[in-house]
Design a protein around this ligand. Structure first.
Ligand code: HEM
Length: 379
């Protein structure tokens, strides 16, 4: 498709599909492409979030939440939370000699971090993990299993019943946590309503949970599949950001993203009519030979890649998107991966794949290993 049919109309999906790096990059950056169609995709489970917004509504809402996910706030307040949660999860299996890094680490780590960042009770990690699972099952429910749909919608009601009283309590007694920051943030006299905050927390579980979950599993899957690169990263931990960036390029957790042009646009020689859905294939664009040398090779030492760094969230692969919806949590994700990978490498010095079997990746819109069974000397 990328070479011969860079713009196609897919009847089943009722969507145009873009697969070239330069076209997907354009769809993310050019304001003619809006995110309006997320309303019907994610509204039923999250309510209205910044992902569905454009224009000033988006700029203000985004400016209210973004400072909490970077700089001093991230380094001083949230890094200790990230370190503690990684250590606790690893301590629970390091003496066993084997583990499923997806089920026992990756799916829990980002959710536990978000719950602690929000300043919610740590006993509720399990409850939030349940809601997280229901939400991502709902969003990935291509076969429209009614039970999965019903559970997703029930989660929306349960999360609201839990969050609204806590939000009201934090407004009255703000503390030093992310939820209090969201309750008190104000720009030009505008602030977030209780419903806005509840929907943002719901979005964080999916946008901040599933993605980081699949990214950390992906880093280990890719490194375990390339033992010489695992050895290089183990010996030089400064390579972890590159291993993260190369994983996001090679096996991005979010494989496709939808947009809708607000006017007719010409892309790769064809016309996309205003209002039609456009599916942007991040997975394909990230392996475009016009952009990357040897695109189908996983190589943490490749030179044609910019990593997200501590000072700027700029990355030139498309896994975090680009433009106005560029991932708000990119620096948090990087911090989680750095801590998680470092601690796992320290705790499991001879980490290897169980049975030498590389797990398959699963999923269509979001994609990652369904399990990652490893063995190691118990410590
Ligand atoms: C947006 C990917 C981690 C919060 C996005 C988008 C992508 C993405 C592709 C753009 C969606 C679109 O344009 O439609 C990722 C990946 C991550 C990650 C691959 C991990 C490796 C996180 C984390 C958080 C987070 C840790 C926060 C806890 C958000 C939010 C948005 C977003 C709130 C919406 C931004 C907006 O609409 O302005 N992310 N994300 N993400 N991400 Fe992430």
């Amino acid at each position: 498709m990328r070479e011969d049919f860079p713009l196609i109309w897919h009847e089943g999906m009722q969507s145009y599909i873009l697969s070239r790096y330069q076209d997907v990059e354009r769809a993310f950056k050019d304001p003619v492409f809006t995110s309006d169609n997320y309303d019907w995709q994610i509204e039923p489970v999250h309510g209205r979030t910044i992902l569905q917004m454009g224009g000033r509504e988006h700029s203000v809402r985004r400016a209210l939440v973004a400072p909490a996910f970077r700089g001093k706030e991230l380094q001083e307040k949230f890094l200790p939370i990230i370190e503690r949660n990684a250590a606790e999860l690893i301590d629970a299996f390091r003496k066993d000699g084997s583990a499923d890094l997806v089920a026992q680490f990756a799916t829990w780590f980002p959710i536990n971090v978000i719950v602690d960042m929000l300043g919610l009770p740590r006993e509720d990690h399990q409850r939030f993990h349940g809601w997280y699972t229901s939400i991502i099952d709902f969003l990935g429910n291509l076969s429209q299993d009614p039970e999965v749909n019903e559970r997703g919608l029930r989660t929306r009601a349960e999360l609201a019943a839990y969050m609204i009283p806590v939000i009201q309590e934090r407004r009255a007694n703000p503390g030093d946590d992310l939820l209090s920051t969201l309750c008190t943030a104000e720009i030009d006299g505008e602030s977030m309503s209780d419903e806005d905050i509840k929907s943002f927390v719901s979005l964080l579980l999916a946008a901040g949970g599933e993605t980081t979950d699949k990214a950390i599993a992906g880093v280990f899957r890719n490194l375990l599949g390339h033992p010489e690169q695992l050895a290089a990263v183990r010996a030089d931990r400064d390579l972890i950001p590159a291993a993260f960036a190369e994983t996001l390029r090679f096996t991005p957790p979010v494989h496709m993203i939808m947009r809708q042009p607000s006017a007719d646009v010409t892309v790769s020689g064809g016309t996309i009519e205003a209002g039609k859905t456009v599916t942007c294939l991040i997975g394909a664009a990230n392996r475009d030979a016009d952009r990357y040398a040897e695109p189908d090779t996983f190589n943490v030492l490749r030179e044609d890649l910019t990593t997200v760094n501590a000072f700027s969230a700029a990355a030139d692969h498309l896994a975090f998107a680009l433009g106005r919806h560029f991932c708000v949590g990119a620096l948090l994700a990087r911090a989680e991966i750095e801590v998680g990978v470092n601690q796992l490498l320290d705790a499991l010095p001879d980490l290897a794949l169980a049975g030498d079997v590389l797990p398959e990746e699963r999923g269509v819109f979001t994609r990652g290993p369904g399990s990652l069974h490893v063995i190691f000397t118990p410590r």
